[in-house]
Design a protein around this ligand. Structure first.
Ligand code: RIB
Ligand code: CA
Length: 312
């Protein structure tokens, strides 16, 4: 079975970094490129952080592209309060030696989808959807060529994390999210409904440190850093490891369960802008456009992460 070919669109972000490491550690996947977008921190930092993670994994061969530095229509909202000033606070890692690719991320996405056989490239957006929407807007011909979009974003029963109604990735660029959810591509959505069940634990962090590797130490330190925000906000132990849910779904879909429903994006609401309105009970009559994931086998998820991260 040939590896599944993916493009990761990302705003690292400690949880993005773990998603990238999981992908690079998994031979079932071929990462064609990593495209950085403004989100958790400004673009210059997300493009830097993506390269730091590739070098940490010993994969300076992975092409990394810088994309959009602000949302399609709104000012940028960032999340240093969660991820720290650099976006990768926790362990100190060397500045990247690998260069950014000269092409714009949106051009890379368009050219890759036009070049590769239709239906062979999966997009894995784990930040605001600005790059993806810009690619679809620039080149609508690529939309039917996308195999699948497996994204982290949104919330329904779990409600929002950046506002009472909206999850961060969707909230930062609701117009981009609206374009992606309306595009008609096969769409798998990992909302807070599932990622808030993918909580780290002290035992898991100890197991990572016990690997005795730089990757294990880095992931443990990143989780230590960003879980302080969630512990203070939600109480309880552990932090939601949001973004790796997308890559884990590509590797072990059976770890997840959800429902194929209609999901629309609120872009006008005074209090609800950025909300993913998921018609879970199918009352709207609107056609289903997303496989909206609601639960995960937490033990299986973290076992997969440990096993794969140990390979790096
Ligand atoms: O709301 C969680 C999402 O916002 C994750 O992708 C995290 O990295 C941040 O980008
Ligand atoms: Ca992210």
């Amino acid at each position: 079975m040939p590896p599944r070919r993916i493009i990761i669109d990302t705003d690292p972000g400690q949880d993005d970094a773990v998603a990238i490491l999981l992908a690079l550690a998994s031979p079932e996947l071929e990462v064609l490129g990593i495209t950085a977008v403004a989100g958790n921190v400004p673009l210059a930092l997300t493009a830097r952080n993506a390269r730091i993670v590739c070098e940490l994994a010993g994969r300076a061969d992975i092409p990394v592209f810088a994309g959009c530095d602000r949302p399609l229509e709104r000012r940028l909202v960032t999340a240093e309060h969660v991820h720290g000033k650099t976006g990768l606070d926790g362990i100190a890692l060397p500045e990247p030696a690998m260069e950014l690719q000269p092409a714009h991320a949106v051009d890379f996405i368009v050219e890759t989808l036009r070049r590769e056989p239709a239906g062979t490239v999966t997009l894995v957006p784990i930040g605001p959807l600005t790059n993806i929407a810009a690619a679809f807007r620039t080149a609508p011909d690529i939309i039917p060529r996308v195999a699948e979009v497996v994204l982290m974003g949104g919330a329904y029963f779990e409600v929002g994390n950046i506002t009472p109604a909206a999850e961060f990735n969707i909230y930062v660029d609701p117009e981009a999210a609206d374009a992606v959810f309306r595009a008609g591509v096969p769409l798998v959505v990992m909302p807070l409904d599932v990622t808030h069940r993918a909580l780290t634990s002290a035992a898991w962090l100890d197991a990572l440190r016990g690997l005795g590797t730089r990757v294990g130490a880095a992931v443990a330190s990143w989780c230590d850093f960003f879980e302080r925000f969630d512990k203070a906000k939600y109480g309880g132990e552990g932090a939601p490891l949001h973004d790796p849910c997308t890559v884990a779904y590509l590797l072990r879909p059976q770890l997840f369960s959800g429902r194929h429903v209609n999901v629309v994006i609120e872009t006008q609401g005074a209090f609800t802008t950025g909300m993913t309105v998921a018609d879970w009970w199918r009352v709207s009559g609107r056609p289903a456009n997303a496989h909206f994931i609601g639960s995960v086998d937490r033990v299986g998820y973290f076992s997969l992460l440990t096993e794969r991260l140990a390979r790096l």
